[in-house]
Each structure stands twice: as C-alpha cells, then as structure tokens.
Design a protein around this ligand. Sequence first.
Ligand code: HEC
Ligand code: HEC
Ligand code: HEC
Ligand code: HEC
Length: 496
Amino acid sequence: MKKISELVKERPWVGWALYVVTILVVFGLGVLGSSIIERRQESNQIIQNVKPISDWEPNNEKWGENYPREYETYLSTLDTSFASKHGGSKNIDMLEKYPDLVVLWAGYAFSRDYNQGRGHYYAIRDIRKTLRTDVPQPATCWACKSTDVPRVINQKGAGEFYKSQWKDLGSEIVNPIGCQDCHDPKTMNLRITRPALIEAFERQGKDIKNSTHQEMRSLVCAQCHVEYYFKGKTEKYLTFPWDKGFTVEDMEKYYDEVGHVDFVHALSKTPIVKAQHPDYELFKMGIHNERGVSCAECHMPYKSDGGVKFTDHKIQSPLNNISNSCQVCHRESEDNLRKNVYDRQDKVLELSDLATKSLVKVHIEAKTAWDNGATEEQMKPILKLIRNAQWRWDFVAASHGGSFHAPLECARILGNAVQKSEEARMLLTSVLISLGVKVPVQIPDITTKEKAQIYIGLDMEELKRKKAEFLTNEVPVWDRTAEERGSKVNYDMKNK
Ligand code: HEC
Ligand code: HEC
Ligand code: HEC
Ligand code: HEC
C-alpha cells in the first residue's frame, strides 16, 4: 500500500478531503462534548430547588412542588387495590384472618386490633383509628409515622419527645411519612432523621455518616422497619436492641440482660417480649443483602416518564411491579418469579402455623395449671421456655417481608420456636398430671376473632364506642390546632 504522503502528492484532492473530514470530526466531537456537559448541568439542576424548602419542612406537598414525579408516585401509596397471596396494600383484618393471634397476644393491645400494613400515606390515619391507641401510650408511638417527628424532635430534643404522652402531641404530628423522613431539603441527599438508628450505630462504635450510598438506600428504611423497644418506665426512650448483634438470639440476650418485658400474658402469666417488625434485621440474613442489593432496589425501582429516569416513590409490594423490581436483575418470567416468592412464603407460613398452634395450646395449658394450684417454682422453667418460643415466633410473624427476604433464617427461627414451645408443653403435662388434671386440656372454641376476644375477656363494643368518641371529639381539635400553626391537614384522608 502507498504511503498517504505519496498518495497526496499524486492526487492533491485527497489531501483536501482528509483536511475537511478531520475538521468535521473535531467539530462533531466538540458538539458531543458540549452536549454531555449540558446534560450534566441539567441533571444537576434537577436537584436544585425551584422553590427553596425550609429546614424541617413537614408538608409533603411543598416538597412536591419541586419534585412532581417523586411526589405523584409517593401519593399513589394511597392505592389499596393490590393484594398478593400474603401481602399487598389491602386493609386486611389480621385477627379475623388468624384468630389464634388474639390468644397469643392476650393482655396486650394487639389482641384488640391488628391490620395488615399499607401505604405510607395512611400512617397517621391508621394510628389514630387503631384500638391499640386507646390505652395511654407514650409519644414514642408517633416516632415512625410522620414527617413532623424530626421537626418536633428538633424543637424539644428526643428525650422530651419520647417522655410526652401520645395524645399530647396529637396536634403536632399530622403529616404522614414522607420526604423529610429520608431527604435533606437542601441537597436532596438521603439522610437519617431518627436518633434511635444513629444511636444504635454509635453504641456499636460505628458512625452512620460513614455509610456508603448503597447502604443508605436500606438505612433510610431501617429508621422504622426494625425491632425496637421503649427504654425506661417514664423515659420511654426509643431504643434498638442491637448491642449484641442482629440475630434473634442476640436480641433475646440483650432483652434478658436488661430484664425487658412488654406485657405479662393474661392466660399463662409469661413475661413476654413483643417483637415489632425486624424487617431490616431479617433482610440482613438473606441472599439479596449478601449480594449487596438494597431495599430501594425492589421497593423503589427506577421508572421512566417522558425520557426522564427517576426513583418510583410508590413504596409497595414488589409483586405489583415485577418487571421493574425483579426483572432488571433476573431473566425469569413474571410467573416464575412470583412462584419463587410464594413458594418461600408458603413454606415459612407452614412452619409458623405449627408454632402458632403449639403456642396457643401452651398458653391455655399453663393457665389450667395455674387455675389448679401450680406453684411459681413449678412454672418458672416453663414460662421461660414460653417466653423464648413466643419471641421467636413473633420475630418472624411481625417481619412483614421476612419469609421472602430471608426464608432460611425464618425457618431456622421457627424450628426453634416449635421445639421450645413443645418442650414447655412436655414439662406442663407432668405438672398437670401431678395436680390431678386430666390431659389433654380442652381447647375452647376460638375459631373466630369474636370468639377468641370473648374468651380472653375483651369488651369490644365498649372499646369501639370509646374510639368513635375520640375520633369525633378529640381528633378534629388536633386538626384545627395544626391548621392554625400552618400545617395543611389532608381532609380526604380523615375518614378513609
Ligand atoms: C430482592 C427484592 C427485595 C428487597 C431487596 C427487599 N424486599 Fe421487601 N419484599 C420483597 C418481596 C417480594 C416481598 C413480598 C411482597 C408480597 O408478599 O406481596 C417483600 C415484602 C416486604 C414488606 C411487606 C409488604 C407487604 O405488602 O406485605 C415490607 C414492609 C418490606 N418488604 C420491607 C423491606 C425492607 C425494609 C427492605 C430492606 C431492609 C426490603 N424490604 C428489601 C422484596 C424485596
Ligand atoms: C422512605 C424514604 C424516602 C421517602 C419518604 C422519600 N424518598 Fe425520595 N428517594 C429515596 C431513595 C432511596 C431515593 C434514591 C436515592 C439514591 O439512590 O440516591 C430517592 C430519590 C429521590 C430524588 C432524586 C431523584 C430520583 O428520583 O432518583 C428526589 C428528587 C426525591 N427522592 C424526592 C422525594 C420527594 C419529593 C419525596 C416526598 C414526596 C420523597 N423523595 C420521599 C427515599 C425516599
Ligand atoms: C418514618 C418511618 C418509615 C420509614 C422511613 C419507612 N417506612 Fe415503610 N412503613 C412505615 C409504616 C408506619 C407503615 C405502615 C403504614 C400503615 O399501614 O398505615 C409502612 C408500610 C410499608 C410497606 C407496606 C406498604 C404496602 O402497600 O404493602 C412497605 C412495603 C414499606 N413500608 C417499605 C418501606 C421501605 C422499602 C422503606 C425505605 C425505602 C420504608 N418503608 C421506609 C414506616 C416507615
Ligand atoms: C439488584 C439485583 C436484584 C434484584 C432487583 C432482585 N434480585 Fe433476586 N437475586 C439477585 C442476586 C445477585 C441473587 C443471588 C443469586 C446468585 O448470586 O447467583 C438473587 C437471588 C434470588 C433468588 C434465589 C434466592 C434463594 O433462595 O437462593 C430468588 C428467588 C430471587 N432472587 C427473586 C427475586 C425477586 C422475586 C425479585 C423482585 C422482587 C428480585 N429477586 C430482585 C439479584 C437481584
């Protein structure tokens, strides 16, 4: 082949052609470069507020003026139409579905009323309406419900906040979970607003500020979707029991050492620890966490709207959106992926059901033993086993996604729950025989929620009457006071 210089000597127009092509290429590259820079600036501008958002702004609508896509998808957590086999956003009465729960929680407010969790937008409305908030509750109960919580904690300090009564803060806490709970209003970076999570990290010698971006995409959820308790008789200081680790045994050791008891069981007199919702902790034991997948990947996948890619803020069951939630990583069909989820959930539920049935019997048998004159001494080792068994069962039952997030860990925990409950029953059998009681003990008819509630001695009509009175008399005063302060209360929400 001839050299270019020789070619140009022979045919000068080739030289000119090369010259022009080079200019065009350079010009093209220039245009491309400047468009890339422009795009970058555009994407930076997305995060520049059109209307500045003030610090501690609880009103989600105000944030929404700057970020309409995120706001609109957030608003759609109002949609309660989706139900999967075991989850979803429908308002399902869990006590009606599983009347055994009434017996397991006898002596605790959960035996009155317990519904399936639904979208974040319902948080304020649901806590006002539940029959669980009629007993005097500390303000700590508001902690995971509202964007007003960081605002009021900033004013009062966390200690003062938790020490107040739930009802005393009714007019302050009116906006449901939203933007300020997870975002810094100036930069829109993810941030942690709940002191309990920061403090739990500190006690483990870790600074939460050193977390990676990917960790933050789960930690924002770990502000609320975790196991917790209220520390101190009057302080009611919101505390995560993680000092010894994240397993069910680690937390049990912690609770045993501090002697924590949530309630004394009305039938068996067992000092029970009620598990809350250890979603984050159980998720940590599963394969997706091990592979570095965060909560946001499945519950807040990316979405496109007119060529703009953004984070879907309709936080919900991923089964309502398998293509965006799962198929970005998995090639299997929607049907297969759904089946994978149901298979794991069904198997964990089968074990959970064994534990539930065994625990119902053990509480009733223990009551029978007490009724027939069993001594504290005889009952002590039995009650310890019941405490251990119920804690394990509840740890799985209360973690709403655990049976998919970490099915193997759930199965392990439930296996231990069944073993401990059955061991307690064996010990009880010999106590009952020594007291001259005929075994097996007859189990009363508790096949419906109503029957179970009558059996444990609840006056549901009275509880419902008091709640209706509270909703008509007290709640409107809260809302009026909130509006006078400038917080817009969402009227459509009031009676939904
Ligand atoms: C790999 C995907 C994936 C990740 C990551 C993930 N989840 Fe889930 N989550 C699911 C699936 C699937 C369900 C079951 C939904 C159903 O049954 O309808 C679920 C259920 C839930 C539920 C109950 C929802 C309902 O409708 O019943 C909650 C709450 C939850 N997850 C929170 C979390 C939190 C918090 C994290 C992070 C610590 C997390 N999830 C991480 C897939 C995921
Ligand atoms: C439960 C936590 C949570 C809440 C509540 C929340 N966000 Fe987000 N938001 C996230 C996460 C997680 C991301 C992804 C951030 C990332 O990966 O950097 C995100 C991303 C964003 C972004 C960056 C652009 C994008 O779409 O990825 C904006 C803007 C935003 N959110 C606005 C809002 C607004 C407005 C609200 C209230 C209506 C809100 N967020 C409520 C967790 C939350
Ligand atoms: C400020 C506390 C708080 C934060 C932060 C929070 N949640 Fe929730 N979440 C709740 C509460 C409370 C409910 C139940 C609301 C109800 O039923 O009224 C809930 C409900 C849910 C549900 C059930 C919704 C449905 O339609 O089935 C899912 C799923 C969920 N959260 C996932 C997440 C994920 C993922 C994150 C992090 C990106 C997160 N949450 C952050 C408090 C929180
Ligand atoms: C960000 C990527 C990612 C997303 C999103 C994701 N997964 Fe996965 N998933 C993985 C990885 C990685 C593994 C581990 C498999 C491996 O390493 O070979 C896994 C494993 C699994 C497994 C096998 C678990 C077991 O028991 O061994 C199932 C089932 C599964 N995913 C279902 C889902 C479903 C359903 C969703 C949506 C709700 C989902 N995944 C979303 C990455 C993802």
